[in-house]
Design a protein around this ligand. Sequence first.
Ligand code: ADP
Length: 403
Amino acid sequence: MKILVVNSGSSSIKYRLFDMADESLLANGLVERIGIQGSLINHYPAGKDAFIKEIEIPDHRKGIELVIDALLDNKYGVIKSISEITAVGHRVVHGGEKYSGSVLLNDDVMDTLNEFIELAPLHNPPNILGIKVCQELLPGIPQVGVFDTAFHQSIPEQAFLYGLPYSFYEKYRIRRYGFHGTSHKYVAQKAAEILGKDLKELKVITCHLGNGSSITAVKEGKSVDTSLGFGTISGVIMGTRCGDIDPAIIPYLMEKEKLSFKEINDILYKKSGFMGLSEGISSDMRDLEAQVSNGNKRAKRTLDVLYYGLKKYIGAYTAAMNGLDVLVFTAGIGENSPLLRKTVCEGLSFFGIEIDDKKNDGLKGKKAIISTENSKVKIFVIPTDEELMIAHDTAEICNNFNG
Ligand code: ADP
């Protein structure tokens, strides 16, 4: 069974083709700068030369056409006919309150997805566009939607409601949704697998730390709380997003600086976090760590805020679950920053969290247990693989569908 995974963004399309027999990656690639000058396709077939071509890509339709051509190409291709593709799995950012799992994308589901555009105005429209183009260009091949929000639909009301007038929840569905769900679910399951335990028996905290970051508490195999919420700015500070702030700051700043709705939004989403706190050093963790080692105070205070925020979430979620068995670090920063992992875990021995410096030092992008033998909490680094998880869900839905 071959599954194509598509992640369609506003100006890019990422794709991967998996052979589910052994979960091997047959090809992956990226269509970039759709509708912008200098558009290109980067195609990486397993065991063959990469193929990178600059070509005009005015829209997503042309982008997907190029992906299909690349997969079928005589020299760079990995399949002979599109009928070899059993199904296509799509990453969809927002599934609202309706989807707590992945779904076959029929007309009814597509109508519902359109309703969620107002909840994710930047992300859902290009996701939907990618699905529509694939439906047109790959007729008869089942398409499955896998939602970033789905895993978090198990969060109980006490954790998903905000302290606003309840009518806003009823009218506008304002609540905590959470994101990165596919990643949190994947790494939590992997950790349980490595320990040889059922995830349902474990209390797990997963830290997905990338350009966007979120922390999730997983109990009895379900997400019970997560740090991103209605939008994608709450929780710990991120590359350019502010993380948790007192909401009183927003009207105060708007008044003081005479800011429009768009301007304040830009500050919260694009000019804050690492970039804002460091006064423009960078939104990239590597640059900040390099500056800290050069003694830069602006970089240091920025990372101190991040470390402290992470410690607080770990403490809060340990309390929420009445204990902790497993702590997982994943995504760009979580997988590649031994310094962050060490600093965050230090001083948490009260919770039974003890990191082994020898195992942690220098560990980048590899699956490993980095806690000491005696640590009550097992600490893991697990590279995330959202695409493989999407492929799994897609395969499962197709198997169920085919009876
Ligand atoms: P996205 O949310 O865009 O998927 P990623 O998961 O790729 O982001 O994470 C990007 C972040 O990971 C950046 O802040 C980057 O600096 C950080 N990162 C990548 N490699 C390293 C490294 N070797 N050391 C520290 N941080 C790293």
